[in-house]
Design a protein around this ligand. Sequence first.
Ligand code: URA
Ligand code: SF4
Length: 208
Amino acid sequence: EGGAAPFVPEGAPIDVLRDAAAGCRGCELWEPASQVVFSAGPPAASIVLVGEQPGDQEDRRGLPFVGPAGQLLVRAIRDAGIDPAAVYRTNAVKHFRFEERGGRRIHKTPEVHHIVACHPWLHAELGQLSPGIVVALGATAGRSVFGRPVRIGAERGRVLEGAIPDSTAKALLTAHPSAVLRMQRDPGYDEAYAALVADLRTAAAAAG
Ligand code: URA
Ligand code: SF4
């Protein structure tokens, strides 16, 4: 329970980090999960997206953003004029946290101690990447990327400089795609989706 640091080969390239993460025991989340979900996309990407944690489908397939929220995100990336394959995608917490209910695995938001325990992985990733901008999707990602509590409503959509500890990359906070997905039947859905696309566009323009 001492966090991921002892498991992180500091200074190793992304592929080596990915392999090492399979053996992480930095918090209790590894045990009920099927496997670690590390990242996808090119390490040379100018845009890095950080999500919360893998969901049910990501946990089964070992890949980030392949479930319903991930599909919405990919559509939003395309609608923002960005090639999804050119983006590096990762998560603040690398194992799926869930609760069993009626034979189903229900997503449970990670606690701050999970975010802190898992942060050495994100820190090591950012040390190997050279993005123009890091986009934090939602409050959990924001907590990890900025190293402090964030409020989406008050802080989203702005390009920030010097906001990431130990990194010179710009940063931008936006909503998590699952928050948009949950609004599907609400009157505010179109606006929420458009706001996500607009924030991704802002990020792409700033990435250089
Ligand atoms: N939501 C996330 O934050 N990350 C994923 O990989 C999938 C859904
Ligand atoms: Fe390690 Fe992160 Fe998985 Fe916890 S969630 S075991 S810190 S990789």
